[in-house]
Design a protein around this ligand. Structure first.
Ligand code: UD1
Ligand code: CA
Length: 431
């Protein structure tokens, strides 16, 4: 589309109804914050400008968004309504001329496809309005239509008559405006309503009064319009987002045995032919190759990479660890800051003790290592290729097990070489 695009994301509200101390827009949803979900959807439209309107706990919101270099946060001051918020954003946009897409930082499920269509609909109208038929329209603005079904306005729940409340078509609160029509209309807003606020919806009423009919787009799936006000809303939004993520992996050939008990964050790569078994949790930023197996009851945390054919089994947690091709850790194991080579076997109950109370340290386990059951490796330590530990070995901090060596005991000491040659041909020594 040739018209320039500016995004205005409203995120100044207090979010009292969550009863939490963190700002609502920073609540987590499958590995992203609510506001990040909203901004990722608009970023896909490649806007020239993005303004996020902030106020309550703005330092925290600004900090969360600081990595997004292309956006600007603007402080609304005392929030005086959605119309006031957009007015503040328009001032920050200066003489920008083009489409202005207004979204909310607490509305994480609207897809970029929907937003792109909404924008296209704006073509011959002063604005386009996203609507939905909500199962429960309580608290939401209602779309008013005349007897020919033409859009005539939006009325807030608390300003509606009984008859208007019976109407289930709601205002999602997401719009695309022509900047030229928006600016003068914002100037004319008055806080004449039950809340004494400047309503953005009154801008649309002005267009109607001037005979300029807004376009509307009705969502097929009203869940896309879900605004998170309470933790119950958050739980619902999470389940919708989770379903989307799982469906995408399933469509890519990832065999997820039980989607109902599988939790995979946004931003996880999984290769085809990999099997994810029930009750598995995979955090953002994990990369899993093809022909891997994960679970049941596995927890892969940030920064974990499974190369092709690696297997992580029951009650295994891995954090910031790389598991080489064909390597296996199948039972009751913790791998933290650990790099494992290819074809290694990590026995049941192995623990890499990566934290000394102050710092995290790395463990290196070479190709074809065989780590005996119940081994504790205190990091930093290194196990050379093809080396072995005996069951229950405690590998002390700073150990360096050379290739092919076998270490056993508490603390672990070198026993022999794995490929034990005839006596005398190698130096076999136990420390
Ligand atoms: C708004 C719409 C309503 C719609 C609903 C959808 C108006 C007047 N009403 O109602 O028709 O059905 O959204 O969710 O627009 N915000 C600011 N600054 C402000 C006020 C709000 O940044 O001064 C932000 C809030 O943080 C929030 C969003 O704008 O993210 C919506 O504000 P909210 O007060 O929740 O609007 P509603 O009254 O729910
Ligand atoms: Ca709201």
């Amino acid at each position: 589309m040739s018209r320039p695009l500016a995004v205005v994301c409203l995120a100044a509200g207090l979010g009292k109804r969550t009863k939490l101390s963190i700002p609502k827009v920073l609540l987590p949803l499958c590995g992203r914050t609510l506001v990040a979900c909203s901004l990722d959807a608009t970023d896909a439209l490649k806007p020239q400008r993005t303004i996020v309107v902030v106020h309550h706990q703005k330092e925290k919101v600004e900090k969360e968004l600081s990595a997004r270099k292309s956006l600007v946060c603007v402080d609304q001051g005392k929030p005086m309504g959605t119309g006031h918020a957009v007015k503040v954003a328009m001032a920050a946009l200066g003489d920008f001329d083009g489409d202005v897409l207004v979204t909310y930082g607490d509305c994480p499920l609207t897809t970029s496809e929907t937003l792109a269509t909404l924008r296209t609909l704006r073509e011959n109208a002063p604005c386009s309005v996203l609507t939905a038929f909500a199962d429960d329209p309580t608290g939401l603005g209602r779309i008013l239509r005349d007897d020919q079904d033409r859009f005539i306005g939006i009325r807030e729940h608390r300003d509606c008559t009984e008859a208007e409340l019976a109407n289930e078509e709601i205002n999602a609160g997401i719009y695309c405006f022509d900047s030229k029509a928006l600016r003068p209309a914002l100037e004319k807003l008055q806080p004449k309503n039950a809340q004494g606020e400047f309503y953005l919806t009154d801008v649309i009423a002005q267009f109607v009064a001037e005979g300029k009919e807004p376009a509307t787009m009705t969502l097929g799936d009203d869940r896309e319009a879900l605004g998170v006000n309470t933790l119950t809303d958050l739980a619902l939004a999470r389940s919708v987002m989770q379903e989307r993520i799982l469906v995408e992996h399933l469509n890519n050939g990832v065999l997820i045995v039980d989607p109902g008990t599988t939790f995979i964050d946004h931003g996880v790569e999984i290769g085809a032919d990999t099997r994810i078994l029930p009750c598995t949790v995979i955090g953002s930023g994990c990369k899993i190759g093809t022909h891997c197996e994960v679970g049941p009851f596995a927890h892969l945390r940030v920064g974990t990479v499974l190369e092709d054919g690696a297997e992580i089994g029951n009650f295994v947690e891995a954090k910031k660890s790389r598991i080489g091709a064909g390597s296996k850790a199948k039972h009751l194991t913790y791998l933290g800051d650990t790099v494992i080579g290819k074809q290694a076997n990590i026995g049941a109950g192995t623990i890499t003790a990566n934290y000394d109370g102050t710092h995290k340290h790395e463990t290196k386990i070479g190709d074809q290592c065989f780590v005996g059951s119940g081994t504790v490796i205190v990091a930093p330590s290194e196990l050379g290729a093809r080396s072995m530990t005996g069951a229950g070995a405690i590998v002390k901090r700073g150990s360096k097990i050379e290739a092919d060596e076998v270490w056993v005991g508490v603390p672990a000491r070198k026993l022999k070489r794995r490929d034990a040659k005839p006596a005398g041909s190698t130096r076999e020594e136990t420390r």
